[in-house]
Design a protein around this ligand. Sequence first.
Ligand code: SF4
Length: 385
Amino acid sequence: MSLLDTLSGKGLRREPPTRDEALAVLATSDDDLLDVVAAAGRVRRHWFGRRVKLNYLVNLKSGLCPEDCSYCSQRLGSKAGILTYTWLKPDQAADAAAAGMAAGAKRVCLVASGRGPTDRDVERVADTIAAIKARDEDVEICACLGLLRDGQGERLREAGAHAYNHNLNTSEAQYADICTTHGFGDREDTVRKAHDAGLSACSGLIAGMGETDEDLVDVAFALRSLDVDSVPVNFLIPFEGTPLAERWTLTPQRCLRILAMVRFVCPDVEVRLAGGREIHLRSLQPLALHIVNSIFLGDYLTSEGQAGRADLDMIADAGFEVEGADVPSLPAHRRPGAPQEAPLADAPPAQAPAGDAAPAREPAARTGLVTLRRRGAGTELPPNA
Ligand code: SF4
């Protein structure tokens, strides 16, 4: 049996690939690319059909963070020229969220820069959740406020939050290269706290920061072992004014291989195409919909995405459909109250790679594709949705 048949079969059974199999996906050649997408697509369709869940970001507090995450335009010392503002009032945030909800977003992600929230910040977010739910009580709210302290996840859950996002971003081995003010273990701890508080854990990664294939596979398996429900896969947006400004290392083909590897490692979770898709996948974005089952609609925290209308057209043109509010996002066994199942069997030994290693290719820097956000939350201009 070929590697790709093995991987799609395992994905249908929720069995993990071996580490070597995951690495082999990243090493496939451009000749094999459509076969890789098709194999990951079988797994995606088995668990999620042709549905695409839309998520909408609202940046509650922008910039001036004391942490030094090197990929982040909001970091300490960033010269990226982004919008900077302190906490939006609940009604301002609800107005911004409403634009995304009107365009079909099922989840609103409330994000604030900073190391982590104070208890007062958590209460502000609780008020914001109430303001959003007053307009649509069914909308899913995900909070993303940094490192959690004891009890904060429980308070957010009580206030109506459905999920909590805190990305691992990269492997434990690479973490100190991208951030010195907190560690990989701090991030794992917050994901566990969210889980323990009864929130749906959302945690993902950023590709394109100088990591090796081993780092990507390590972070994917770390996310699997944390049993997260959703995995946003970001591709580095190399903001001018940050340490990674010159880092253009991704090709559209590499992005698709990374998404496929994550789908094989985390077959039955929401894999979300996140920041950087427009500038790195470019015209291959629709192919990614065969692998992921979720995207962000419209703009990101500090940069602009493609027009929300273009996102909806892309989904329809590629033959997918926006997931409705009445359809559960996750497979039955991952929903709250589902019985715990016995651990999955160990994976069998690795198979041979599907093809020759991908030839090295120098991606062109596309600096002009990064546009700082100047509309929506924190401005007088309407949001992009
Ligand atoms: S903690 Fe969050 S907002 Fe602050 S620099 Fe890191 S990623 Fe950016």
